[in-house]
Design a binder for this molecule. Structure first.
Ligand code: AKG
Ligand code: FE2
Length: 367
């Protein structure tokens, strides 16, 4: 997986050319690249992990004061989700098919979900832990958000050039509301044996739903990406952020960039047969993910300039119609992913099971 120098992406003509080609090849081949020398200060990345640790080490009853509502629409995808509730998936919308991953095991992770914290974005309101229980958390998340937006927007501008778009700023403008989503994730320490035997994966193998994902991982390791034949580890590299292509961006590039399947399991050393100790535990891991996604009303089609040369994959093609908006794609995918859990009511569980059909006409969701 290539390591792209962010400064070179915007450097002199020669550096730029080289780094932009590397980025293009990385997204075509793996759907993932590392980005180094980027604009988010390392001190702030370190602070973001400290805040995540503080949050998840609060007592469960405090975390549940910011409980994620069971209404699983994009604007309600906010707040704290306890361990073993979520089910990451690939795009599966069939009511029977979706039951298969759910029938296996629940995912061992707890997460805190946030949307754009600024009122002018008109995003769904965040659900915060009471300030007195975690003073300063909210203020930090607002700063963090602003840094991630800056990085995301400057990358989208570069993408416009790499993809040869007639309008280089189109991707930026399609995200003018910065309607992204941040997940703080804690994978609790757990026994190695079920990971080793592949009975458990803290998140299931999945593809990301949206546009460009910025993934900050700590130094534990365990993230793996599928290269069309096997899963390979994405070794943590301090100072880098991992960039990966979501389903909507894959479709917008007409399949030129790949939305790769990925999963999380024990670090590679622990998974090696030679060193395998069945009675040992893997340590806690934290990650912070910024999921960029186009504004809700943007229709997700091949971008002008990407229509002809694409190699759009027919297996995903079934689910897309010309009228799928960013909102509807996200909404359908979230409904498919969420909620069959111990504390989900039967009625809520049934609501998530209904089959989601992509709309045949454009639905203006905000009117
Ligand atoms: O924690 C990780 O490394 C991966 C998280 C992830 O893939 C996701 O939340 O979509
Ligand atoms: Fe992911």
């Amino acid at each position: 997986m290539p390591i792209i120098d962010f400064a070179a992406l915007n450097g002199d003509w020669k550096q730029r050319e080289e780094a932009r080609n590397q980025l293009d090849m990385g997204f075509q081949t793996y759907g993932f690249v590392y980005l180094e020398n980027h604009s988010v200060p390392q001190r702030m990345v370190d602070d973001a992990f400290v805040w995540a640790r503080r949050l998840f080490s609060l007592p469960l009853d405090v975390k549940l004061q910011a409980k994620h509502p069971a209404k699983n629409t994009p604007e309600n995808h906010r707040g704290y989700i306890a361990d073993s509730i979520e089910h990451d998936t690939q795009p599966i919308f069939d009511g029977n098919e979706i039951q298969k991953p759910r029938a296996t095991f629940l995912e061992r992770k707890e997460t805190f979900e946030m949307g754009n914290p600024f009122p002018e974005s008109e995003a769904g309101l965040n659900i915060w832990i009471p300030e007195e229980r975690l003073p300063g958390f909210r203020a930090f998340q607002e700063l963090w958000w602003t840094e991630c937006i800056k990085l995301q927007q400057s990358l989208l501008r570069v993408f416009g050039d790499v993809l040869g778009l007639q309008d280089e700023d189109l991707l930026c403008r399609q995200q003018s509301r910065n309607d992204a989503h941040v997940s703080l994730i804690h994978y609790p320490s757990m026994s190695l044996a079920p990971l080793h035997s592949h009975q458990q994966r803290p998140p299931n193998a999945h593809t990301d739903i949206g546009g460009l994902t910025l993934l900050f991982q700590d130094e534990v390791g365990g993230l793996e990406i599928h290269d069309d034949s096997v899963f390979k580890p994405v070794i943590p590299k301090r100072g880098t952020v991992v960039l990966n292509v979501g389903e909507m961006l894959e479709r917008q590039t007409n399949g030129r960039w790949k939305s790769a399947l990925h999963q999380f399991t024990a670090p590679r050393e622990a998974m090696m047969q030679e060193g395998f100790k069945p009675d040992c535990d893997v340590v806690d891991r934290f990650s912070i993910v910024y999921f960029g996604q186009p504004d809700p009303k943007v229709l997700i089609n091949a971008l002008p300039g990407c229509e002809i040369d694409g190699k759009w994959m027919p297996n995903l093609g079934d689910f897309w119609s010309d009228a799928v908006s960013s909102y509807n794609w996200l909404d359908g995918r979230l409904k498919a992913e969420f909620y069959v859990s111990k504390d989900t009511t039967e009625e809520e569980a049934r609501a998530t099971e209904r089959r989601w059909d992509p709309p045949s006409t454009w639905v203006n969701v905000y009117d």
